[in-house]
Design a protein around this ligand. Structure first.
Ligand code: SAM
Length: 228
């Protein structure tokens, strides 16, 4: 299989990416079609659909292999379920799927799909794009197993310095507050790695967002340009 497109998203590392597409609603990404698929014919009729399925390769894990059971973060990281009972990124065939909202099909230079709601690392190769078909794909009374409700999103606070930096960087990245809220609010820390007061960093756009955990509070302490 050859990628048909590549994703441009605010998420520059796996740490901090919410663990499902429904948790990044309102966060914009682009799906940039690659040659020879970047022609108007391949997307003819797509603008009639509000949502898309993206099938993609977990390309940042390709060397990590898989195991028959995994420990989903939703179960606190200490209970195991089968790999096929999970949406783990470590799978025999490292293929993911996400539903995104389609806002615009841009044809000015190749083909770019303006989407929101992607839970994907910047640079993710897209293997296929399919329209979401509500009558077939939406199953309102489906059971969600051990993930039958969305995770809690905790509020984020900012130090005075970080608040000023947020205002500055927001001029270039208007969605930055939402992106930070999604990246931190669903608690990206692994269950075994949750020390009080510890400092963490997450790469969003061209920024390093540093934050500390104090009790239940996540406090952003600085937002600076990534080096290199
Ligand atoms: N919605 C997809 C699915 O169900 O197949 C992905 C779910 S997976 C649990 C979501 C996680 O995949 C994100 O939190 C991020 O850490 C990871 N991820 C996103 N893009 C990736 C990539 N290109 N390579 C490896 N991991 C990636």
């Amino acid at each position: 299989m050859q990628p048909v497109a590549v994703v441009r998203s605010p998420f520059r590392e796996k740490f901090g990416i919410p663990r499902q597409s429904g948790l990044t609603a309102g966060i914009s990404s682009e799906v940039v079609l690659l040659p020879p698929y970047d022609i108007a014919q391949t997307v003819q009729g797509l603008e009639g659909f509000s949502h898309l399925w993206l099938l993609f390769a977990f390309h940042a894990n390709l060397d990590r292999g898989w195991r028959p059971t995994v420990r989903p973060p939703r179960l606190g990281g200490n209970r195991r379920v089968g790999v096929f009972a999970s949406r783990s990124t470590h799978r025999p065939n490292p293929i993911g799927l996400s539903v995104v909202a389609l806002h615009q099909v841009r044809l000015e230079a190749g083909v770019v799909l303006q989407v929101s709601g992607a839970d994907l690392l910047d640079g993710t190769p897209i293997l296929d794009i399919k329209p979401y078909i509500p009558f077939a794909d939406a199953i309102p009374d489906a059971r969600g197993g051990y993930v039958d409700a969305p995770p809690q999103q905790s509020p984020i606070t900012y130090s005075e310095a970080a608040q000023a930096q947020l205002l500055e960087h927001r001029q270039r990245w208007p969605e930055l507050p939402n992106v930070i809220a999604a990246a931190l609010g669903y608690d990206p820390r692994p269950a075994y790695h949750q020390a009080e007061g510890r400092r963490y960093g997450v790469a969003l756009y061209d920024l390093d967002v540093a934050w500390e955990q104090h009790g239940q509070q996540k406090v952003v302490v600085s937002i600076t340009r990534l080096v290199g």
